[in-house]
Design a protein. Structure first.
Length: 283
C-alpha cells in the first residue's frame, strides 16, 4: 500500500470528522504542560450533554470527545491516531512485500526443479527451508512401499532419524518393516515429512538462500512492528474515551481536574521515537 493510500485512509477516518467539531476553537497544539479543565456549564442554561456522548465519540475517533468539550488536547489524540495509523499501514505493507518476496524465491528457485504445483503453504515450511539446503526425497522406493531417506543432512532424512530414535530400541539397527515400532515410526514420518509437491533444493543457489533468509527476517520484524502499532492505536482510542469520560464526570460535579496526556516520546538512550500512550489525572 502506497504512502498516498495510507494518508487517504487517515484523512477519511480521522480528519473528515473534524468539521463536525468546527464550532469549537482549537488553541495551540501539543502543549506539553498540564491542562486545567475547569467546570463548565452549558451556555444556554440547559442540561449538559449525555454522559455517554463524549466517551463514545472519542472511542470512535480519538480526540473528538475532547473537542466537543472544548479541550484543545483533542489534537494530541488526533495526531497520535494519524501517526500510529501511518506506521501500521507502512509496516504491514513492508511485511507483506517481504513475505511475497521469499515465497517467490522459494517457488522460482528452490522448488522449480521439482515441478512444484502448489505455490504457498504454512510458515513452518519456509522456516525449514532456512535451515536445510535440501528437503531430500520423500520416498526412495519407486514402488508401493514407502522407504524414507536416511541422509540426515536433508529435512526428510532428519525427520526419519527422529522417528527411529523415538520408536526404535536401537535407532542404528535395521528394524523389521512389519513390526509395530516400524509402523509407528513410519506413521510419524508420513505426518511430518515434506511430500512430493513441496520438495526443495538450494544446491548451487546459496546466494538466493541468503536473500530468502533475509526476507523472512525482515518480514517478521515489519509485521511485529505493525502489530505493536495496532496495539497503540487501540490504546489511543481507549485513553481518549477514558479521558473524555473522567473529564465529563468531574466537570458535572464542579470539580476542576488537571489532565496531562503523553502519546509518544523520544527514547533517551537510542534517540528514536517510541510509542507511549498515557494519561495522568490530578485533583
Amino acid at each position: 500500500m502506497s504512502q498516498r493510500t495510507v494518508l487517504a485512509l487517515v484523512w477519511r477516518s480521522v480528519v473528515l470528522p473534524i468539521p463536525l467539531l468546527a464550532q469549537t476553537p482549537i488553541g495551540p497544539p501539543l502543549d506539553p504542560g498540564p491542562l486545567v479543565v475547569a467546570a463548565q456549564q452549558p451556555a444556554n442554561g440547559g442540561a449538559l450533554a449525555p454522559p455517554w456522548l463524549r466517551p463514545v465519540a472519542s472511542a470512535i475517533v480519538p480526540g473528538s470527545g475532547q473537542f466537543l468539550a472544548g479541550h484543545d488536547r483533542g489534537a494530541v489524540y488526533l495526531l497520535a491516531e494519524a501517526f500510529f495509523a501511518i506506521r501500521y499501514f507502512t509496516e504491514r505493507s513492508e511485511g507483506r512485500r517481504e513475505r511475497d518476496r521469499y515465497i517467490d524465491l522459494a517457488f522460482q528457485v528452490a522448488r522449480a526443479p521439482f515441478g512444484a504445483a502448489v505455490r504457498d503453504t504454512v510458515f513452518e515450511y519456509y522456516e525449514q527451508m532456512e535451515k536445510f539446503v535440501e528437503s531430500g526425497p520423500f520416498d526412495l522406493d519407486p514402488g508401493p512401499t514407502l522407504v524414507p531417506p536416511t541422509d540426515e543432512r536433508t529435512f526428510n532424512g532428519s525427520i526419519w532419524a527422529l522417528a527411529r530414535r523415538t520408536f526404535f530400541e536401537d535407532p542404528d539397527a535395521p528394524a523389521d518393516p512389519d513390526s509395530p515400532e516400524y509402523q509407528r515410526a513410519l506413521a510419524f514420518y508420513r505426518a511430518r515429512a515434506v511430500g512430493p509437491n513441496f520438495l526443495w533444493s538450494w544446491r548451487n543457489a546459496g546466494l538466493e538462500q541468503d536473500v530468502f533468509r533475509q526476507s523472512i527476517r525482515q518480514s517478521d520484524e515489519a509485521l511485529r512492528v505493525a502489530r505493536q502499532q495496532l496495539g497503540l492505536l487501540l490504546a489511543n482510542h481507549l485513553l481518549s474515551a477514558l479521558d473524555a469520560f473522567v473529564s465529563h464526570r468531574l466537570t458535572r460535579r464542579n470539580r476542576p481536574v488537571r489532565l496531562q496526556t503523553q502519546v509518544w516520546t523520544r527514547d533517551p538512550h537510542g534517540g528514536q521515537w517510541q510509542g507511549l500512550v498515557g494519561i495522568s489525572i490530578g485533583m
